[in-house]
Design a protein around this ligand. Structure first.
Ligand code: CRM
Length: 163
């Protein structure tokens, strides 16, 4: 259990029969890709079949709330959405505005539609922080792939919503 001390303590979840949407950005794709991979592998481990996972991409994090909302509306049989992106702070205020709008927007989509939306958006001060959270950290610290936690959160919330 020690490796989960700072993260999610996983439950044994049965995602058989669930349909999950993944929306991810093309910004920072080299970091987003392993996060999406970790998410999909964990969904499979929880019993969600590949045919029940819909994957769509958008340009950047700012587009995630709108795309998540539209795709959930267009696909009423989807039980949960995982919105994935990586924001890395630059030298302007852009990061702060996008991070805030994206997080608020994703929360709103979930509450407005009554369907779980998982915040799979890393907001990092450095590239190294993002690499570690995608499980591809350097200098001997691979880190932990947060896609694993996002998939588990999506299955848990989808099952809660189905009750
Ligand atoms: C991201 O996922 N997106 C970033 N974007 C793009 C933004 C959106 C555009 C169009 O609506 O605004 O796609 O989400 C950025 O513009 C920046 C620039 C930050 C800067 O300091 O100039 N960063 C990101 C990002 O890190 N991740």
């Amino acid at each position: 259990m020690a490796e989960f001390e700072k993260g999610v303590v996983p439950k044994v979840l049965n995602g058989t029969g669930l349909k999950i949407l993944i929306v991810h950005t093309r910004w920072n794709l080299s970091i987003v890709d392993p996060l999406v991979k970790g998410t999909i592998e964990t969904l499979h481990s929880a019993g969600v079949p590949p045919s029940n996972i819909l994957v769509r991409d958008v340009p950047g994090a700012f587009e995630l709330p709108f795309a998540s909302q539209q795709l959930l509306k267009q696909n009423p049989d989807i039980n949960a959405c995982i919105s994935i992106g990586v924001l890395i702070k630059g030298s302007t205020m852009h990061f702060e505005y996008i991070a805030d709008a994206t997080c608020q927007g994703l929360m709103r989509v979930g509450l407005d539609l009554g369907r779980p939306v998982v915040l799979g958006v890393l907001t990092c001060l450095t590239e190294d922080q993002a690499f570690e959270r995608a499980g591809i950290g350097r200098q001997g610290h691979a880190g932990h792939n947060h896609g694993i936690d996002w998939a588990q959160a999506a299955v848990e919330m989808a099952l809660l919503n189905k009750k």
